[in-house]
Ligand binder design. Sequence first.
Ligand code: CO
Ligand code: ZN
Length: 336
Amino acid sequence: MKETIRTLVETFGPAGSEERVREAVAGMIRDRCDSLTVDALGNLIAFREGKRGGGGGGEGAGPKRMMLAAHMDEVGLIVTHVDEKGFMRFAPVGGVDAFTMLGQRVVFGNGATGVVWMEKLDKMKDLRFDKMFVDVGAASAESAGVSVGDAAVFDRKMAQIGKRLTSKSMDDRAGCAVLVETIRRLGPAPCDLFFVFTVQEEVGARGATTSAYGINPDMAIAVDVTAVGDTPKAATMDVSLGKGAAIKVKDSYLVAHPRVRDLLVATAKDSGIPYQMEVLERGGTDAGPIHTTREGVPSGVISIPTRYIHTPCETVDVEDVEACVRLLERTLMKGV
Ligand code: CO
Ligand code: ZN
């Protein structure tokens, strides 16, 4: 599990450029799926057929369809202008803030490394992206090797701190790892399963929007990170690292369907899996657009408690990730 997470978090994949993550995931699950396809926007869809006569499907109806979603993309920056000396101006990709970017080392898709710094400012509170630049060590725009429209991500390897793992892009490669690990362990389930590794969540959950329409599921569960309230003087939030899988009740874009929420809670209780209830006051996941697809899809989220989201130091507890895998695996064995 730890090595799966390491491989995925250390792969380059800003929103819109998820190819390398998709290849890494496909390599991990190819021999465990009935089919593996890539749709028009780049979502990777792993299909596992449900066992027939195993419940799920009603009289005359086909088997029920369950969609699982975790996003492959990560936050980063995108070059908006290269000046004559080779310094680059940039815009954020996804919800990353200027203070987090300052002083970071970033890496582009072609392997070029950049460092992020700022103009002279009188007050640090004036720090904004338009006062910042990326230096790739080039003397001119021509020699920069990076141009307008190229995206970069934090340059950061995973490290273990205590029994926790810290890295860039735990959001949501840790969620991708939960799906991968579930596919590896899962026996024949009573319903058809569509494991979707989505694109462009960080810029508006666009891959989830189209893939949910295409799959037309009867139920959906997203796996993503959620914030915690367990660091010094943090905003009050009843989720902590090390207390198990978080079962979402609500965030900015979703009120979890009671049927899905109750299924997750009952499964956690039955199987003795540690869990905690999550109310996230700001933010959302792929389950937001999924649940309003077509005539509506009962949806919920299994969340991985995570500190320092959208920084190079996103930190998770391995046992929480393990609890998420067990919860998802047990839930899928029950079916829709
Ligand atoms: Co995110
Ligand atoms: Zn996420």
